[in-house]
Design a protein around this ligand. Structure first.
Ligand code: MG
Length: 588
């Protein structure tokens, strides 16, 4: 992969003469067949039910509240919501410590409320995905309680044990600095148990076929309730075969084939979106030629995009695209700028990592686990709305399905007084009313987490209601942009090639699909630029501006003098196949 995917073909005449080059690329993303899949033209919105909207005044967001806010999501233009864990949990890791995979946390509602959510979302054309957190359970899960209390328990073999103290117990922690070991001794069980994450999250033993059968049952259960798919938490650890004193555990990818089979037999168009922040050469194993996981987050692109934003140069993005393997025809990348975790910069080189820290998270309190930044995007970009819009326009033009995080559509900030990743998990800011309109709870202390109040990012200043009335707001921009994105299927399904603009700060991507070709330009710097892409006009006629950050002079047919403003972006349609979209829509 790499060079083959983003080959460099200089434009005729390039060299001594000034001018642009064409990087005629193979496809970054897909092959030529480009089958239609809903998740390749989706906009996914990630939210935590307990911080989104409270409907009963107990201070905790719930499914009823989410149903009440579906119109906001429909108006925003999202087509799928991904819910962070909704199951019963002691909530020591924000719900990622589960005590019952077949129920909804009573504070969030009931299974009846969940089915009502699926129905109401469906009425608005919105699918629902949930988190599938099966690497581990809570240590309060009845399976683990039984396993600890009785060596003869049928659940003993559902977890990973060592009778002797493992030599590698201080290795492989997911939360360095906040987690001391990966093995903990249980007095009750008289043995050491394994936990990739915190000690209250014992790992399930995936080598045990009964555990895998149970996971398939969990998948089947939620599919039957109507979910469109799952976001698979910690995929690399799920498939790991853990043996005490084995520092390099083997992974069994065939389990992913089984999960995929279960998924597709039960619901043909269901999707698993996996979290696998691994080396590029391992990524294709997760796709498995299209018969394992259909969708992966592109962590490499995320990290290099932050480096590119910090440098105001496109180089790191091009490097990421070159490193990104070509996915099978039926698969897709998911792009993101911010998610519910820290910005993980662990795959950048030391000096690159330092550059991003210096630009976006210079203070120690902004940093986390020695590898990341626990901030929202708006404060990282100094609340510069032009730059924020450019960053999202950039994300939307890159290969993959965009995933956005609740609150980012209004430019919410973080609360660094909250521990670890909770800094970016504060309640949604709906209005300038008390508790940001999130809850009618009587006391502040009843709220799931404090609402951000006062200052640049307080709910008094940053909220949905005010921005809804203001077309020039970030929310207004998101609504217009996501509508435009849905009119340009090339961004979801098209191949991606890079065109050299001769400017280090201006990215030019050609997105080509059966429906047409779109040229996406993004200026990462705050200086205006003029670029010459005249060589493209020979292949394409009648360029039409689809979307841009400002009113630019009309495009000539020659494309030899394209202006782009500071932090500007322009989406220009170079070719449109009339009737093709109607034909392909029928294939869905
Ligand atoms: Mg509530």
């Amino acid at each position: 992969m790499g060079e083959r995917d983003l080959a460099v073909v200089p434009r005729p005449g390039h060299g001594a003469r000034r001018g642009a080059r064409v990087f005629a690329a193979g496809s970054v993303g897909m092959g030529s067949a480009m089958p239609e899949r809903w998740f390749r033209q989706a906009v996914i919105y990630c939210l935590d039910v307990d911080t989104f909207q409270d409907s009963n005044g107990d201070g905790i967001g719930d499914l009823g509240g989410l149903i009440d806010r579906l119109d906001h999501l429909a108006r925003l233009g999202v087509t799928c919501i991904w819910l962070n864990p909704i199951h019963p949990s002691p909530d020591r890791d924000d719900g990622y410590d589960i005590t019952d995979f077949y129920a909804v946390h009573p504070q969030l509602g009931s299974l009846g409320d969940f089915v009502e959510l699926i129905h109401q979302a469906g009425n608005r054309g919105i699918r629902v995905m949930i988190d599938l957190v099966v690497n581990h359970t809570s240590d309060e899960h009845p399976w683990f309680r039984s396993a600890c209390s009785d060596p003869g328990s049928p659940y003993r073999g559902w977890y990973v044990w060592s009778k002797d103290e493992p030599s590698d117990l201080h290795q492989g922690m997911v939360f360095p600095g906040y987690q001391d070991s990966t093995w903990t001794f249980s007095e009750e069980a008289g043995a050491w148990y394994y936990h990739r994450f915190y000690d209250f999250q014992p790992d399930l033993n995936m080598s045990n076929p009964r555990v895998r059968q149970e996971i398939e049952k969990i998948i089947g259960f939620w599919l039957q309730l109507g979910v469109a798919g799952f976001r698979l938490d910690a995929a690399p650890f799920v498939i790991e075969i853990t043996i005490p004193d084995e520092p390099n555990p083997r992974q069994d990818f065939s389990w992913l084939d089984d999960f995929h089979d279960q998924l597709s037999w039960r619901r043909g168009d269901a999707v698993i979106l996996a979290e696998a922040n691994v080396e590029p050469e391992q990524l294709l194993e997760y796709f498995g030629g299209g018969h394992r996981l259909p969708m992966l987050f592109n962590f490499i692109l995320n990290q290099r995009t932050f480096l590119a934003l910090a440098r105001r140069e496109v180089g790191p993005i091009l490097q990421a695209l070159a490193e990104t393997p070509t996915v099978p025809d039926t698969c897709q990348w998911a792009t993101f700028l911010r998610n519910h975790d820290e910005v993980d910069l662990g795959r950048l080189a030391g000096h690159e990592h330092d550059e991003v820290f210096a630009a976006f998270g210079p203070e120690p309190k902004m940093q986390l686990y020695g590898r990341g930044i626990r901030r929202r995007l708006a404060p990282m970009l100094d609340n510069d709305i032009k730059r924020l819009e450019m960053a999202y326009a950039l994300q939307f033009s890159l290969p993959g399905t965009p995933v956005i995080r609740y609150g980012d559509e209004i430019g919410m900030g973080e609360n660094l007084r909250l521990p670890e990743r909770n800094a970016i998990r504060t309640p949604m800011q709906w209005s300038n009313e008390r508790h940001a309109g999130f809850s009618t709870a009587r006391r502040k202390s009843d709220l799931r987490r404090p609402v951000i109040s006062g200052g640049t990012f307080g709910y008094e200043t940053v909220n949905v209601e005010d921005q809804q009335r203001d077309p020039s707001s970030l929310l207004g921009w998101f609504q217009r942009t996501l509508l435009t994105l849905r009119e340009c299927p090339e961004f979801g399904v098209g191949t991606c090639s890079y065109v050299d603009t001769g400017q280090r700060s201006v990215l030019a991507l050609l997105r080509e699909a059966p429906s047409g070709t779109v040229l996406a330009l993004t200026n990462l710097a705050d200086d205006a630029a003029t670029i010459d892409l005249g060589h493209l006009s020979a292949e394409h006629g009648d360029p039409v501006e689809v979307y841009a950050d400002a009113a630019y002079p009309a495009l000539g047919d020659e494309l030899d003098r394209i202006e782009i403003g500071p932090y500007g972006y322009r989406w220009i349609r170079l070719r449109r196949t009339i009737g093709d979209r109607a034909g392909s829509a029928n294939q869905r």
